[in-house]
Design a protein around this ligand. Structure first.
Ligand SMILES: CC(C)(COP(=O)(O)OP(=O)(O)OC[C@H]1O[C@@H](n2cnc3c(N)ncnc32)[C@H](O)[C@@H]1OP(=O)(O)O)[C@@H](O)C(=O)NCCC(=O)NCCS
Length: 439
């Protein structure tokens, strides 16, 4: 039976659709990204994420557009300690630029043409006074005038809109309690909204599609401390992309304050946001609070993930078939490796306390993640659990992974060496090899 690319792609993305549904993402759309032709597909993809049940706050910036407008008006962009000084005249222009961008983005998100992915989509875009600002004031004798910072965020108000499936759109201008408005940075707003909303992800864009290493390769994962070293190096380099520095700065603060994952993807690559979120290995850089992978004991909520992993292996005859009900009863015996909310490896320890032995069973590592020691990491964890129970032997049954077990120190044994309860269940037709590891 032939499976089309569409069908297999659709099936492969299903676990991610389930993993992301109901989650909150803050998307930081810097002014550089908005200037590119790729902005059309980015906005379409944001609308697609919204229709998949992902709650989205979209924060746009306008740095290059503002600088261009100031230049055209013959005004000089002024900075103090890398922060814009917003005098009356510049602020008048900044409000115009930011207002126009807000209307443009809203219009794009409202598009519903029959030849676009947004046909039939009815998206409510909500902008409002969710951020309350305060002035930056005077620093070292320099008055920042209308440049401000975040004072409060109406998280309940944002949540209400998100719960109604609206996309919350925010720009760099926010009002203060005194009835004035202030010019903030989009990255500060995005960071603070992500932290205070307890968002699951923050997403940003740059030209390179992530953070590149010395060889020009995209670094897949960075912890905040390493990200900070890179950010400081980039900040000192006048040729470095301002948007990348701004995103890293935001991602480091957000991660340290509990936002688990911040993704940086390319603004010129069609569908980069979808590639990053709906494929096993994303394409951009993630700044993460902890390593993407976790080894842990399974819980009842992992059953769907384990089934996704083992069903194809059962169909190939590599693993014995387990029903969902059986798995539900046995879930406490399972250990798994989770990556970005997905189960990519699992193994079980079935107890045979009368014989002081355990069975190492249902070992599986997703094909995309093999040959990186995950199998032996799962084995080590199961050995540790067996030792805690004072077992002195693990046995395993396998038809096609005999050498893997031998390399891990197992030895071939016979049916007679199995615990009596297991002996009765041994399937002579399957003729699995029996291996044992003593410790
Ligand atoms: C067996 C399995 C869990 C290994 O996962 P893994 O994460 O790749 O394991 P490791 O990284 O620890 O070990 C990889 C090594 O084992 C080898 N290996 C992997 N599968 C093997 C197999 N079926 N037979 C023999 N050797 C195997 C690899 O070639 C690699 O060797 P290398 O280091 O010399 O290149 C994985 O291949 C799998 O899920 N297989 C399908 C299910 C299965 O057979 N389960 C066991 C039945 S009980």
């Amino acid at each position: 039976m032939r499976t089309t690319e569409l069908v297999s792609g659709f099936r492969q993305s299903a676990p991610y659709v389930n993993a992301h549904r109901g989650k909150t993402f803050v998307i930081m759309l810097g002014g550089e990204a908005i200037m590119q032709s790729g902005i059309r597909s980015i906005v379409n993809d944001i609308a697609l994420l919204n229709s998949l049940g992902i709650k989205i706050v979209l924060v746009y910036g306008a740095r290059p557009q503002i600088n261009q407008a100031l230049q055209q008006a013959g005004l000089e962009a002024q900075y103090h300690n890398r922060v814009r000084v917003t005098d009356d005249e510049s602020f008048r222009l900044i409000k115009q630029v930011a207002g126009a961008l807000q209307l443009d983005i809203t219009a794009r998100l409202s598009m519903s043409l029959s030849n676009t992915p947004m046909q039939g989509a009815q998206i409510n875009v909500v902008s409002g006074n969710f951020v309350i600002a305060q002035p930056l004031g005077v620093d070292e004798g320099v008055d920042y005038f209308h440049s401000g910072k975040v004072r409060r965020i109406d998280t309940n108000g944002i949540r209400r809109q998100l719960d109604n499936n609206g996309i919350v759109l925010m720009g760099p201008i926010a009002a203060s309690v005194t009835g004035e408005s202030f010019n903030l940075t989009a990255e500060e707003i995005a960071t603070q909204v992500a932290i205070r909303l307890k968002a699951d992800k923050m997403i940003g864009f740059n030209e390179a599609g992530g953070v590149t290493d010395e060889d020009g390769q995209i670094t897949a994962e960075l912890m905040p401390n390493r990200a900070e070293e890179i950010m400081q190096r980039l900040a000192a380099d006048s040729d470095a992309c301002v948007g990348t520095v701004a995103f890293l700065n935001a991602a480091i603060t957000a991660c340290r304050a509990g936002v688990p994952r911040c993704h940086l993807v390319c603004y010129n690559e069609d569908g980069s946001i979808l590639q990053e979120l709906f494929s096993r290995d994303g394409i951009g850089t993630q700044v993460v609070t902890e390593s993407a992978e976790k080894l842990r004991r399974a819980a009842i909520s992992d059953i769907g993930g384990i089934l996704d992993l083992i069903r194809p292996l059962e169909q190939q005859g590599l693993l014995v078939r387990r029903s969902r009900e059986q798995l539900e009863m046995e879930i406490e015996h399972f250990t798994l490796i989770e990556r970005d909310g997905l189960v990519i490896g699992c193994a079980a320890l079935y107890p045979f306390p009368e014989d002081n032995v355990g069975e190492f069973a249902c070992l599986a590592v997703h094909p995309d993640y093999r040959d990186a020691d995950r199998g032996s990491i799962l084995l080590k964890s199961v050995i540790q659990q067996a030792r805690q129970r004072k077992y002195d032997r693990l046995f395993a049954l396998t038809t096609r992974s005999i050498h893997w077990f031998l390399e891990q120190g197992f030895q071939l044994v016979t049916v007679d060496d199995l615990p009596s309860q297991k002996k009765q269940l041994y399937n002579y037709q399957r003729r699995s090899k029996i291996l044992a590891l003593d410790f």
